[in-house]
Design a protein around this ligand. Structure first.
Ligand code: ZN
Length: 247
């Protein structure tokens, strides 16, 4: 097995760089998610209002037809009234006429209310559509911002991910698991021993341990205080990462 510490330290550096790139998005992904939900909610409202409005319009047009029919019926009955043979027939037709008039008036009143409702719905729809358009415009802006960051980062990300893949291939499965476990706690999972101290938490590393680490570069040693993986100063990463990519 090759120098595991070098690869782990390199992986840690790259993951931190990837974290930094990810941080450039800031709270943008969260904002995009919220704005998408807002747009969907407003769109639902618009669809709902449109549906109600359609029902109202249908009601109005059928009612208009019914009103004409009632008027025709009343006229027809009025003419019939002149041709009756007895009082009984006359009374029956009068009753029918009254009923038609009653229905006509009832529907006319209802139609007035529904017309007002239609006007209100149209105003509501206009307002809702305005809000939806504004929310959509805001979402488009956020998406544009996100796209810009991503296109700026694209080359760098591709390069880093390529290097990361090459480095990961050099690390044993067991060590990789260890690294992942520590990274859940510390973003900088593998740190340099600087001036006999862990550069993650600055606690002292005993000199005999440093000697041991130097002599066992394939073995993992942890900071006794914070649990990060330690590596000695003779491992120079930045230069080595570039070497690894040329493998
Ligand atoms: Zn430490």
């Amino acid at each position: 097995m090759e120098n595991q510490l070098l690869y782990l330290a390199s992986l840690s550096k790259i993951d931190q760089k990837l974290d930094e790139l990810n941080d450039e998005y800031g709270d943008l992904p969260e904002k995009v998610k919220e704005q998408k939900a807002k747009v969907a909610e407003l769109d639902n409202l618009v669809q709902e209002t449109k549906q109600i409005l359609e029902d109202v319009k249908n009601f109005i047009s059928t009612s208009k037809v019914t009103l004409t029919e009632l008027k025709d019926k009343e006229e027809k009955l009025s003419k019939q009234q002149f041709k009756v043979r007895n009082n009984k027939e006359f009374d029956a037709i009068t009753k029918e006429i009254e009923h038609a008039r009653f229905e006509y008036n009832r529907l006319t009143t209802e139609l007035r209310t529904v017309n007002v409702k239609e006007e209100n719905l149209l105003l509501t729809l206009e307002q809702q559509e305005k809000e939806l358009n504004e929310a959509q415009a805001e979402l488009d802006e956020l998406l544009e911002e996100e796209k810009e960051i991503s296109s700026n980062q694209n080359d760098e990300l591709n390069e880093l991910n390529k290097i990361k893949k090459a480095i990961k291939a050099k690390i044993s499965k067991k060590n990789l698991e260890e690294y992942k476990r520590i990274r859940l706690l510390h973003k900088d999972a593998v740190v340099l021993i600087k001036k006999n101290s862990c550069s993650g938490c600055y606690s002292n590393v005993p000199p005999q341990k440093i000697v041991e680490i130097r002599n066992n570069l394939d073995h993992l040693f942890y900071c006794e205080h914070c649990g990060r993986i330690l590596y000695p100063e003779e491992i120079k990463i930045d230069k080595k990462i570039l070497t690894i990519t040329t493998y």
